[in-house]
Design a protein around this ligand. Structure first.
Ligand code: HEM
Length: 477
């Protein structure tokens, strides 16, 4: 019998973990739990029990959801065969804290892994548990605890995470506005208003922007004894372990909110100018409206606006500075190194990521109003962002942005700047990245001595498998 060719344009939602296609926004309470296995056989049994409980993208969970992600060390602990382990990408195999990677990511100085709370030694896996209320979350966590402890699994860290007022992050800015739209999810992609992306940029087993299947981990066909996995689309000797999965990049980033607003205040004549300066650093006003479209003041009707570029109206960055956070992390149609608007758009598209971060810690002021944050005293509480992004190519997508755009001091013709919000700022003459240039007419303004407003507290690269891949890991012995 000849198998039907797989229709690559239909996403297999029942094999994709829900978080990849949804934000679980209705489940506002959540906890990320980091674990170590202590026995390979028990670990596999744990996965057997867990598989049917994992939330897929085919369902919209009303009450609770559970997702799982594993590190390279975690999968090695399951004794997956060597050819399988070797088939993962180099970045994942080496891990986020490999010595040379610390330079790629800017995890040096006070951000070096030796100063992190977790991640210098890789956890084996992470469970992400979501609940519609704190009570629903507690119930789900109790079930998870019972399951992990009965399988001898050691809990390493519990990272409670939540959502803040009006979907803001801790500095007081609306987050989660700009999101790449996956073409295969649209009924009529040809009529889409926004730029769309082939699923393979974010989900393995589908074609990417290069019209190729995203590189993915594989299993020699003979080693998939129970026939859990789909065939590899390009090689009949292999099974596709990556199909419907992706890589998940996790960075726990502490935010120094008091220091952030005190810096803005010290550089400004009044509160309004301090808020305008912070907005220049982000590239959007606190309500989300983009400076490119409304440079003079926030415009609530534009708070979710995402259909804009920099090439036509803001080449010099007079409205939205070239070094601002959103312009560095997605230069859209104005990459200074590119020769046309189209080239730039195509180039920038190859470095997008699906962000799924959630804040942690108490808000500095409950409604995150910047005016109140400017006047409030330091409370010495830890708060920040559990930054999460999902990509099929860690190097081309996450690491490229972090290395070539966020931390590059000469980005866009600048000299000593790094991303003002998340960059690692160095103050030495031999290595200076603590300036922020504000293009202005007739003479630009330059700020100096930017402290680090964010600090890395932990992190790891995870594989976020499809359900069949998880089943294969559970079945393998
Ligand atoms: C504590 C850390 C961070 C904070 C407070 C933060 C804050 C923000 C805010 C307020 C926005 C604008 C809202 C939006 O466009 O959705 C934004 C956008 C964005 N951020 Fe971050 N971010 C952080 C870390 C990161 C990291 C580590 C990366 C990746 C290296 C990143 C990549 C992006 C991208 C790609 C966008 C969308 C840009 C666009 O398409 O216009 N962010 N961030």
């Amino acid at each position: 019998m000849v198998a039907n060719p797989i229709d690559m344009t239909v996403l297999e939602k029942d094999d994709i973990q829900g978080l990849l296609l949804r934000g679980h926004g209705q489940l506002s309470s959540a906890s990320y739990l980091l674990y170590a296995f202590t026995n390979p056989a028990k670990a596999r049994h744990f996965l057997q029990v867990l598989v049917p409980k994992v939330t897929t993208a085919a369902e919209k969970p009303e009450d609770t959801a559970i997702q799982i992600a594993l590190t390279y060390d975690g999968m090695a602990y399951l004794n997956l065969p060597d050819p399988v382990m070797q088939s993962f990408c180099r970045e994942f195999k080496e891990g986020m804290t490999a010595a040379h990677r610390q330079f790629i990511l800017g995890d040096t100085g006070e951000n070096a892994p030796k100063n992190w709370n977790w991640g210098e030694k890789s956890p084996h896996f992470m469970l992400m548990v979501f609940g519609k209320s704190p009570e629903a979350l507690q119930l789900a966590l109790a079930e998870v605890n019972a399951l992990t402890s009965s399988h001898g699994i050691t809990a390493l860290h519990v990272l409670p995470t939540g959502m803040l007022h009006n979907r803001k992050e801790h500095f007081g800015f609306r987050d989660d506005i700009s999101r790449p739209v996956i073409r295969e999810l649209l009924k009529n992609p040809e009529n889409a208003q926004e730029e769309t992306f082939p699923a393979g940029e974010f989900i393995m087993g589908y074609k990417n922007l290069y019209e190729e299947y995203a590189s993915c981990p594989t299993v020699p066909a003979a080693m998939d004894k129970k026939g859990d996995l789909p065939p590899h689309p390009d090689d009949s000797n292999l099974k596709d372990l990556g199909k419907n999965g992706t890589y998940l990049v996790f960075r726990q980033m502490e935010q120094k909110v008091h220091a952030f607003w005190q810096y803005m205040k010290a550089q400004s004549k009044d509160n309004q100018s301090a808020i305008a300066l912070a907005s220049k650093m982000v590239g959007r006003w606190p309500d989300g409206s983009p400076l490119t479209l409304c440079p003079a003041r926030p415009t609530p009707s534009l708070s979710e606006a995402n259909d804009f570029g920099f090439w036509q109206d803001d080449k010099a960055g007079l409205k939205c500075p070239i070094g601002s956070h959103i312009r560095r992390t997605n230069p859209r149609d104005h990459l200074v190194t590119e020769t046309s608007q189209k080239d730039s758009t195509e180039m920038a598209a190859k470095h997008r990521m699906i962000r799924k971060g959630r804040p942690y810690g108490p808000p500095f002021v409950p409604d995150l109003n910047p005016e109140k944050m400017i006047t409030r005293k330091e409370d010495n509480q830890e708060r920040g962002l559990h930054f999460i992004c999902m990509v099929t190519d860690i190097r081309r997508q996450f690491e490229f942005v972090q290395n070539n755009w966020v931390n590059f001091h000469k980005f866009g013709g600048l000299e000593h700047d790094a991303d003002p919000i998340i960059g690692n700022h160095y103050h030495n003459e031999s290595r200076k990245t603590d300036e922020f240039s504000l293009p202005q007419y007739p003479v630009r303004r330059k700020l100096d001595q930017l402290p680090n407003f964010t600090l890395i507290k932990g992190g790891a690269y995870f594989f976020f498998p499809g359900i069949k891949a998880l089943q294969y890991m559970a079945d393998h012995d």
